[in-house]
Design a protein around this ligand. Structure first.
Ligand code: HEM
Length: 431
């Protein structure tokens, strides 16, 4: 391996997209999230072609590329990403594997479940579970926010779905969701652990689905089981289980953003003070800035469903394209001083401060596309934003705590990553 040197690009005749020789797998693991960003900068290009584990792939960044990848059923996610990423989306029959009318109809189910009242219910369950957990946190020497917030979210999400958990089940489900999320980007043993956990959770979820078919239903589960797809058919047990987990697991994953929100409050105490005083003018911007700066999903991969053209370049059917989220969030043409944490930048547009029209496709932590209903953009995005706002309120106004000396460094070579300590808190008091 040649250290972290960037390979010399080969410019093909007539090709606008530079091609890097060699395979991206080793440098991607060695450099982590920053792999693409360094190359886009170095090449002065929003795209480059290379190979990933032997397969030809084009890395792209930016708002325009994001929209191109997200809309018009141009790319299929099937077989483009490892099966164990944060959601269980890749499973056969799940919303992310569908296209056209079938996708729209299934996506409508998610948007319906996650509408204003569905989100309000989840927020209020989050507050209740947070309050109950605070009782325990006050008696503890040290609380590790990563696990603590995951348990609160697991309990809230399962109650929301109509599947309340007793203490033992809450511990087991939380541990399983965390192991699945931790193993999502890893190769080798952590990933196997994630897969084993995944099977246990799938069994649990499938039993709940079967119970529910026998009439023992909660609100969200009821909606899942009475849904009709575009072809008029309901979901079978396997697909209902996958979609149930597509609601629960990523809700728990919002906890990872919550850890980065706590880190940002700690590193920018003036913001914590503002929120503590009840000033919420930039609360939404703060949360958006956390979602922009926190390294989470590094990229979204898709395969061309038919022959495509982008910026005069041809993509053959089946061509693999990786939309680089991390690089897009650090693109200085979209974000003035991208490395600075500046919630105010979101005030005018809800997104990029420099390119109003592109704002919605510049902040792509949860996918791209102008329209949730027809693109593959994450239907849980509004929920994630609102839960994070609520968590910032709870951290600043419901409690006080100390942040003891600890390793808050973030290893950018781990997918998905976190502050190493998981964010330790002491002397927690309810206010
Ligand atoms: C932790 C925060 C979350 C992150 C980082 C995240 C990220 C993503 C990403 C990157 C995609 C893929 C977009 C694409 O393929 O173009 C996606 C899709 C999806 N997400 Fe999330 N998500 C989060 C939270 C949620 C929540 C809370 C839910 C539901 C309660 C959810 C449900 C889904 C579903 C069902 C899809 C598939 C959408 C489709 O194919 O049309 N996600 N998410």
């Amino acid at each position: 391996m040649r250290g972290h040197d960037i390979e010399a690009p080969v410019r093909e005749r007539d090709a606008a997209i530079p091609r890097l020789p060699g395979d991206a797998a080793v440098p991607l693991l060695a450099e982590g999230y920053g792999y693409g960003a360094r190359r886009f900068e170095r090449l002065g290009s929003d795209a480059f072609r290379t190979r990933l584990v032997g397969l030809p792939v084009t890395f792209v960044r930016g708002a325009e590329a994001a929209r191109f990848c997200a809309e018009g059923d141009r790319f299929s996610r099937t077989a483009a990403m490892p099966a164990s990423v944060l959601h269980s989306l890749q499973d056969e029959g799940s919303v992310q594997t569908l296209a056209g009318d079938a996708h729209r109809s299934r996506k409508a189910l998610f948007l319906d479940l996650l509408d204003g009242s569905g989100r309000e219910r989840m927020r209020s369950l989050l507050r209740e579970e947070w309050d109950a957990a605070l009782e325990d946190w006050q008696g503890a020497d040290t609380v590790r926010l990563h696990e603590a917030v995951a348990e609160v979210l697991t309990r809230a999400a399962c109650r929301w779905a109509g599947l309340p958990l007793d203490d033992d089940a809450a511990d087991a489900r939380t541990a399983e969701f965390l192991a699945m999320l931790d193993g999502a980007g890893a190769f080798g043993p952590p990933n196997w652990r994630g897969r084993l956990r995944r099977r246990a959770t799938e069994r649990w979820a499938q039993e709940r689905v079967r119970d529910a078919r026998d009439g023992n239903r909660g609100a969200a589960l009821e909606r899942l089981l009475t849904h009709r797809d575009a072809d008029g058919r309901g979901l079978n047990d396997e697909v209902a289980t996958v979609e149930l987990l597509n609601l629960l697991r990523p809700t728990v994953a919002v906890g990872r953003f919550a850890v980065f929100a706590a880190l940002a409050l700690h590193q920018h105490p003036a913001w914590a003070e503002r929120f503590r005083s009840g000033d919420e003018e930039h609360l939404r911007g703060f949360v958006q800035e956390v979602r922009r700066t926190a390294p989470f999903f590094p990229l979204i991969a898709g395969r061309a469903t038919h022959e495509l053209e982008w910026r005069g370049e041809r993509f053959a059917p089946g061509a693999l394209v990786a939309l680089d989220i991390f690089a897009t969030h650090r693109d200085a043409r979209l974000w003035r001083e991208p490395l600075r944490f500046r919630p105010e930048r979101h005030a005018a547009t809800g997104g990029s401060d420099d390119h109003r029209a592109h704002a919605v496709n510049a902040l792509i932590a949860q996918g791209a596309g102008d329209d949730l209903a027809t693109s593959h953009r994450c239907p849980g995005e509004p929920l994630a934003i609102e839960l994070l706002e609520e968590i910032v309120r709870l951290l600043t106004r419901r409690m006080t705590y100390e942040v003891p000396a600890q390793d808050l460094g973030v290893d950018l070579r781990r997918f998905p990553t976190l502050p190493r300590s998981g964010f330790l808190m002491t002397e927690i008091r309810r206010t």
